[in-house]
Design a protein around this ligand. Structure first.
Ligand SMILES: C[S@@+](CC[C@H](N)C(=O)[O-])C[C@H]1O[C@@H](n2cnc3c(N)ncnc32)[C@H](O)[C@@H]1O
Ligand SMILES: [Zn+2]
Ligand SMILES: [Zn+2]
Ligand SMILES: [Zn+2]
Ligand SMILES: [Zn+2]
Ligand SMILES: [Zn+2]
Ligand SMILES: [Zn+2]
Length: 471
């Protein structure tokens, strides 16, 4: 992690550009709050006029959180507007009492599984004969009670929770790695499946879940789950913030790891703000660096390295159960999932499963089978799951289907047109450089798969409607 002090970090305004909107990171506590905590300060140029405004940190769509305030108007906010936002905040918190939910959870645990019903519509446990017209989950087993992410419908809105859940293999790989590295405490930020797995393991590994999905209040106690927004380091309840502070203190500043899998559509700057904050708190306890496992697509590497040059990417391809592209199966991408683990832990310490991965003695790390060591570059260069080849003209290894273009003076896709490359922008969809969104191969691929998924979904929904059981 960069070694500047917290104070400097907060007063130091950082900004970067993404989809034409910059986010300015400064001390967020001085910002007005939406129901999801302190807002972020954005800046956008519209018709050559720069607009700077506060907007929701968590919802990337104005329909999901309508907060909007021009920076210029901050000093003149009317009392009625402030009150209206406060009312929205109260509305969001209404009906949630974590202690009460925990008491109810223990009562539910004592029941037979055929007596356990959860109402998805109301997001609460109920009796099987109640909430007649609502969507219900009946007959909840002990295993399901401990693994709510396996029964709750995932909140897949890409502009908000973007809840994509790890496959069993990936959960086990990550948790086994933590065990091998002798960690004792795991801070799970937006990784409910890691938390669920640890909670049911017979080991001395403890964990706490910080997540935006408030349905978890029903399934985990107040010491196990905090309702949290990772884009502004905000705890929705003051008590939860204290619980987390105590958890952190309890670690004594050692043997702890933070694992996070943020929504990919979110900005990395506010995430960096949050993780830096937690890391600094941890460091103050015993001067140790907080190990972090940050799960993100390989093409987001520049953003993470910008956070800290100590971060390196593991070749391990993270698999998901409910994402059309992020797995290695036949409907996934040819090169397998593009999602990787970035970490500040030395890669030589992290063994990857054989036979898909192998140990490279020259690099002193585990790499994917297809990642062939290049003796000129002196490393295993592949990032995207293909075997790269060395180009003497570029002086580096490049993707196998790229060709050296003498006009562009570098290796590029064979289908490129030189003018487009001169533009040399970043694709607004996949954020790789070298092509525009209209030419994006990843977008085409994901469109096809999403369409196929929709068709399958519609077919099975039709079938379900026909056979709908009476609840
Ligand atoms: C990409 S999913 C990762 C889930 C993970 N793969 C797993 O299986 O445990 C993103 C997770 O972050 C949570 N999340 C989304 N927005 C968040 C926010 N603003 N703050 C905290 N958590 C958030 C979601 O509820 C979800 O659990
Ligand atoms: Zn909001
Ligand atoms: Zn209900
Ligand atoms: Zn190598
Ligand atoms: Zn090379
Ligand atoms: Zn080349
Ligand atoms: Zn060219």
């Amino acid at each position: 992690m960069k070694k500047h002090s917290q104070k400097r970090k907060l007063t130091n305004t950082r900004s970067s550009n993404n989809l034409g909107v910059s986010v300015i990171i400064e001390d967020l506590n001085s910002h007005p709050k939406c129901p999801h905590g302190p807002t972020l300060l954005f800046s956008k140029e519209i018709k050559k006029i720069k607009r700077t405004f506060f907007g929701c940190s968590a919802c990337r769509d104005r329909k999901l959180c309508q907060f909007f305030l021009l920076k210029y108007d901050k000093i003149n906010i009317s009392k009625s507007k402030l009150q209206a936002w406060e009312n929205e905040r109260i509305k969001l918190l209404k009906g949630i009492n974590h202690r009460k939910s925990y008491i109810l959870l223990n009562k539910i645990k004592a029941l037979d599984s055929n007596q356990r019903t959860f109402c998805i519509t109301c997001s609460e446990f109920t009796l099987p004969q109640e909430h007649k017209d609502h969507a219900l989950i009946n007959g909840i087993t002990d295993y399901q009670l401990q693994h709510p992410s396996e029964i709750l419908p995932p909140l897949e809105n890409a502009k908000k929770e973007a809840q994509y859940l790890f496959s069993k293999d990936s959960v086990e790989f990550i948790v086994n790695t933590f065990l091998k590295l002798n960690y004792k405490h795991v801070i799970c930020v937006g990784t409910p499946r890691i938390h669920e797995h640890i909670q049911t393991l017979n080991s001395n590994l403890s964990s706490i879940l910080l997540d935006f999905d408030k349905r978890f209040h029903n399934f985990f106690g107040p010491l196990e789950y905090c309702w949290f927004n990772m884009f502004n380091n905000y705890f929705f309840f003051e008590e939860a913030s204290k619980v987390f502070q105590d958890y952190l203190k309890g670690t004594g500043g050692k043997d702890t790891v933070l694992v996070t899998d943020p929504p990919f559509g979110g900005r990395s700057e506010p995430l960096i703000y949050t993780f830096s904050h937690i890391s600094n708190q941890y460091k103050r306890l015993a001067h140790n660096e907080l190990p972090i496992f940050w799960i993100f697509p390989y093409f987001m590497e520049p953003q993470i390295v910008n956070f800290s040059q100590n971060f390196q990417m593991l070749d391990y391809k993270v698999q998901y159960d409910n994402h059309p592209l992020f797995h290695n199966g036949i409907t996934g991408r040819k090169q397998g999932s593009p999602v990787r683990i970035f970490t500040n832990v030395s890669l030589s310490q992290i063994a990857l499963p054989e036979p898909e991965y192998k140990y490279c003695r020259k690099c002193n790390r585990w790499v994917a089978q297809e990642n062939k060591h290049c003796n000129t570059c002196e490393r295993c260069p592949s990032k995207n799951g293909q075997t790269y080849k060395h180009c003497n003209l570029c002086g580096k290894c490049v993707k196998p289907n790229w060709k050296h273009c003498s006009t562009c003076c570098k290796c590029v896709q064979t289908t490129h047109s030189c003018e487009k490359i001169v533009f040399n922008g970043m694709c607004l969809f996949c954020k790789e450089t070298g092509h525009k969104k209209v030419d994006c191969p990843n977008l085409q691929e994901s469109k096809l798969i999403i369409e196929k998924r929709k068709r399958n979904y519609n077919d099975s929904a039709k079938k379900k409607r026909k056979n709908k059981p009476v609840v």
